[in-house]
Design a protein around this ligand. Sequence first.
Ligand SMILES: Cc1cc2nc3c(=O)[nH]c(=O)nc-3n(C[C@H](O)[C@H](O)[C@H](O)COP(=O)(O)OP(=O)(O)OC[C@H]3O[C@@H](n4cnc5c(N)ncnc54)[C@H](O)[C@@H]3O)c2cc1C
Length: 389
Amino acid sequence: MKLEYTERQQAFRKEIRDWLAANVPRQPLPSFDTKQGFEAHRQWERKLFEGRWSAVTWPKDKGGRGCDLIEWLIFEEEYWAASAPLRVNQNGIFLLAPTLMEYGTEEQKARFLPKMADGSEIWAQGWSEPGAGSDMAAIKTKAIKDGDHYVINGQKTWSTRAVYADWLFGLFRTDPASERHKGLSFILLPLNLPGITIRPIKQLNGLPGFAEIFFDDVRVPVANRLGEEGAGWNVAMATAGFERGLMLRSPGRFQQTAKLLVDLYQQHRARADTDPAVRDAVLKSWMDAEAYTLATYATASRLLKGGRIGVEASTNKIFWSELDLLMHETAMSILGAHAELVSRAGETGAAQHDWLDGFLFAQAGPIYAGTNEIQRNIIAERMLGLPRA
Ligand SMILES: Cc1cc2nc3c(=O)[nH]c(=O)nc-3n(C[C@H](O)[C@H](O)[C@H](O)COP(=O)(O)OP(=O)(O)OC[C@H]3O[C@@H](n4cnc5c(N)ncnc54)[C@H](O)[C@@H]3O)c2cc1C
């Protein structure tokens, strides 16, 4: 497969490249898992919005640029190559927004999309519960109708960025007699409502990247439900499809990490070449990042012709998460004990140059957005037609 870009696409690439060269902060922002870093990233989202770069695939009348998926891939390649800050608002812009555009009422779109686009409302996602991770249909947290409100009681866990985020989208059991996938509804709620307690959970690097959220008679207007009552599972599956599919991890991220890995290998060649397996792993990382890129361009071209993302969302998710692990393990092999010294982990540091922090985060790749074991089950059953275990 040979990639060729049209003149329009090349002009688009130049436009974003020039804008990023003029606007990306010279010093990396503090981690968004700190309060100060979260606000610095929110300001960055605002700046992106002002340049009309915060949500390039959204329609123009919603603050986007109406970019197609190929232009989105180009945008992402340039974004990562410029070492621009990580996106604190990715849950909103990449996951909730497409779901809202498909299932939301006009009022909901008008209420939520503008504040999402400019970073004034940052979203967390609330699926997981202590007894409902991989088995998401086991969700127990109840939202019981009382007039024009739902009254929510229960607990969510592992909610990324919920310590500092403004709003939560999640699945709740609106029919107390229901079981499994039925009787669930998709509800949007601000995280500062009375009755909500947020308890931070520390990550391996010591920062509170996640939170447990406790709901004690929390009242949320019925108008905050997205989609029909009891049909939340289908709405959530659309969001999960966006997450596992293209939008969560674009190839640009891995191409940039592969490039940095090659640079790292070249800088430390004398030590790295004592083990031929390291050189092989660097080569494999580079080739796999390219393979992921080509496969994503192929998927994007298919979607542009009217297809929908299918089971390949699961194959993508396994591929990029294992690639991320390989690249960071290889970097650790090259750096050895020096990894501790070159790391900017802790209170500061964007992920992509920080090999130790990246290594710690890569451990989570096979778990979040649906574990790789679950993705393999999906591939076995739906792609290969194997019998259910
Ligand atoms: C970095 C990170 C960010 C996250 N962010 C969020 C978030 O923002 N919002 C949110 O709601 N959740 C979030 N999560 C939670 C994540 O979705 C869950 O951790 C994940 O779905 C697994 O659920 P669990 O932890 O309950 O593990 P379990 O479901 O208990 O699984 C434990 C192990 O058993 C395996 N297993 C379970 N069932 C099967 C099966 N049927 N077949 C084969 N193997 C099986 C799993 O693959 C896993 O290896 C995040 C997790 C991480 C690591």
